[in-house]
Design a protein around this ligand. Structure first.
Ligand SMILES: [Zn+2]
Length: 466
């Protein structure tokens, strides 16, 4: 229709040489964010200062100068972002949202001690559908307040995670856990597979929720179950999320159990689905990097969790050189101990600079790219998420740049990565909907979420005292 109108207008106008310009009436859109410092993460990594983003419904329709956007669009609602950064929402590629309920429990331990002495026993006594809902809502509050717009999750009762996530307006790739010992929502791995199928059907083609299956790891599953997981993921066409080569202990356990390293056992089973997201990928050699690239496996780098548990450092620079899609994750808050993706982004850059002894290893711009477009690619959503471009889904955040620690402002990219925090996010938009405006979360009742979480924490306290 637009093209037709233009053609008629051009015909009436006669030859272009006449110099007359027929302006189109501005098109109606739902939201314009204008006058901000727009960090696009597009193909040219454009930063428009000032810039504007026009959103209609769930999609971004234009990213341009404020004048160009104002000339073409008229919005029902306008946000003036003068002096603030407007950027793609952050994609947390690995977490266990409800584990915020175990935040601060069992610190200063390695992964296996922490899991086996604290987390698995506490989970055995406390995880219920309601507990997962409460924990997820607390996590959603924290994530929306710190600029995360999509998270990849692995937990139990994942339908509760999905319901809470959808109600809060957040986007999630949500993985139903499969693990070999009896857990709260499944007595056996076969039960977990049945649950996964029901969960996938329940949220099939949902615009915010992508159901997924989450086999815990090669050290907590046998080959038969890993194969069954893969077959189900392929049949249902859902993404797989798995902890992969997180610690050196895992490599030993895999050698003992499967007579192969973790990547090799999975490859021998033809495990990889069209979208497979490997969390951690720390103890990975050069051949395995090449293989993960060939199999199009996305990797979630979790620097804070890997440092806190002394798991090691993922070879992020090598992954990126090989063309592997790398995103950033916080891991569960119990091993981080928060869900702040700004901090994760900063630590991802710092950790690589330290381990390679090269300050250019990961630049600030590359850290932002990993936390946005890289994450989108790692979860198989590069076409729709991760940058501010026309045609992409409208997942956008507005970040204050006016705090004392952010002044003076010479380089917005450096300021985002090296000085900003989740608390600096003022507005969070997912799928075109404003979830937080000027620090007010609009889709969750914060005081109710906090009081329910405090009550549920008493169950955890009792569980670990016994
Ligand atoms: Zn994890």
């Amino acid at each position: 229709m637009m093209v037709l109108t233009l053609t008629i207008a051009a015909a009436i106008a006669g030859p272009a040489a006449s110099g007359r310009v027929f302006a189109q009436p501005p098109a109606a859109v739902s939201l314009i964010i204008t006058n901000g410092i727009v960090v696009t993460v597009d193909g040219n990594r454009r930063v428009l200062n000032p810039g504007a983003v026009a959103i209609n419904g769930t999609e971004i329709v234009a990213v341009d100068t404020p004048a160009a956007v104002a000339a073409r669009y008229k919005a029902a609602q306008t946000i003036d972002a003068a002096g603030k950064v407007v950027m793609p929402g952050l994609i947390n590629t690995h977490t266990h949202a409800a584990m915020v309920m175990y935040r601060g429990l069992g610190n200063d331990l390695n992964l296996m001690d922490w899991l086996q002495k604290y987390i698995f026993p506490a989970e055995a006594k406390t995880v219920t559908p309601d507990f997962v809902r409460i924990g997820t809502q607390l996590a959603l509050l924290e994530m929306i307040q710190s600029g995360t717009t999509t998270f990849a999750d692995m937990y139990y009762f994942e339908e509760e995670v999905a319901k809470a996530t959808k109600a809060a307006g957040m986007r999630g790739v949500l993985g139903q856990t499969v693990i070999e010992f009896p857990v709260a929502d499944a007595k056996t791995p076969a039960d977990a597979l049945t649950r996964t199928e029901a969960f996938a059907k329940q949220f099939d083609h949902d615009e915010l929720i992508t159901p997924s299956i989450a086999p815990h790891s090669v050290y907590t599953l046998d080959a038969k179950t890993l194969s069954a997981v893969s077959a189900l993921a392929k049949r249902l066409m859902i993404p797989i999320q798995i902890h992969l080569s997180e610690t050196s202990a895992e490599i030993g356990m895999s050698q003992e159990r499967h007579k192969m390293r973790p990547v090799a056992i999975l490859d021998s089973l033809n495990f990889w689905a069209p979208t497979t997201l490997a969390a951690h990928g720390v103890w990975i050699n050069d051949d395995e990097i090449a293989l993960l690239k060939r199999r199009d496996v996305g990797v979630s780098n979790n620097p804070e969790s890997n440092m806190k548990l002394s798991s090691g450092t993922a070879p992020v620079v090598k992954y990126r050189k090989a063309g592997v899609n790398v995103g950033i994750g916080t891991d569960g808050a119990a091993s981080n101990n928060d869900l702040d993706m700004f901090e994760a982004m900063r630590q991802a850059a710092f950790q690589q600079k330290l381990v390679t002894m090269d300050p250019t290893a990961i630049s600030a711009a590359e850290a932002i790219e990993m936390a946005t477009l890289g994450g989108a690619a790692a979860i198989g959503r590069r076409q729709r998420l991760g940058s501010l471009e026309p045609g992409k889904l409208a997942d956008v955040i507005i970040v204050s740049m006016s705090r004392p620690r952010q002044q003076p402002l010479f380089d917005p990219i450096a300021q985002i990565v090296y000085t900003s925090r989740g608390d600096d996010v003022e507005t969070t938009i997912v799928n075109g909907k404003i979830l937080m405006r000027d620090r007010q979360v609009l889709t969750l009742d914060a005081s109710r979420v906090l009081s329910e979480a405090r009550k549920a924490a008493e169950l955890v306290r009792k569980a670990v005292q016994q």
